[in-house]
Design a protein around this ligand. Structure first.
Ligand SMILES: Cc1cc2nc3c(=O)[nH]c(=O)nc-3n(C[C@H](O)[C@H](O)[C@H](O)COP(=O)(O)O)c2cc1C
Length: 192
């Protein structure tokens, strides 16, 4: 059975297009086993202690270091327990919402989710796939001005999740009903 982790990041509760898309994607691919609502429950930003802790060898970590990494450990464990990630990505100011960027900062951990050797970076989260539900008001998804979709694809690949599908409600402020119609067709084409 596919274990699914759903991550919402829209600041909107009512009328959120990415939330509606993720609901539809769940109806298609299966209900999420675990949900993280970053728009509802904001995560704390990484800080000085967190960075020091993430770089310290495990045996040398202080109690403060371990406390600083506890949430990051929990978020990574949520990904490790999942086969499929469903991530809502509203485009905010051409990038991802700050709430989602904080999640990214917390799950990119040297020696845990990625490592570097002479050959370059190696992602350590293997055998997983992701579906991004992207929504934009006026920025064309996949265009040069869309730093959100390429960024999320890149970050996921960096930690080892290279199988990523994008479903988009693209430029809905400009395109009206065509945008959600297209997204519904993309969702219907996802493997059930
Ligand atoms: C703070 C903020 C910034 C936004 N910036 C952009 C943007 O740069 N480009 C764009 O196309 N739409 C932008 N939008 C519109 C959203 O991408 C669009 O409304 C989308 O549907 C948001 O996702 P949601 O409906 O799940 O909340 C912005 C919306 C907000 C609230």
């Amino acid at each position: 059975m596919t274990r699914i982790l759903r991550i919402d990041s829209s600041a909107q509760a009512e009328g959120s297009i990415t939330r509606t898309m993720l609901d539809r994607i769940e109806a298609r691919v299966g209900q999420a086993d675990l949900r993280r609502d970053l728009g509802e429950d904001a995560l704390p930003q990484i800080d000085r202690c967190w960075v020091a802790a993430s770089r310290a060898p495990e045996a040398e970590r202080t109690a403060d270091h371990r406390a600083a990494l506890a949430l990051s450990d929990a978020l990574i464990a949520e990904i490790e327990a999942a086969d499929l990630l469903l991530i809502g990505v509203p485009i905010y100011n051409f990038g991802v919402p700050g709430a989602l960027k904080i999640w990214v900062d917390l799950i990119c951990r040297p020696g845990v989710t990625f490592r570097y050797d002479v050959a370059g970076p190696e992602g350590l989260l293997r055998g997983k796939s992701a579906i991004l539900a992207v929504a934009s008001g006026g920025t064309e998804v996949g265009s040069e001005a869309d730093f959100a979709t390429a960024y999320m694809r890149h970050v996921l690949a960096f930690v080892g999740i290279t199988d990523t599908t994008v479903v988009a409600t693209d430029r809905h402020m400009a395109r009206g009903d065509d945008a959600p119609r297209e997204a519904r067709m993309q969702i219907a084409a996802l493997a059930a």
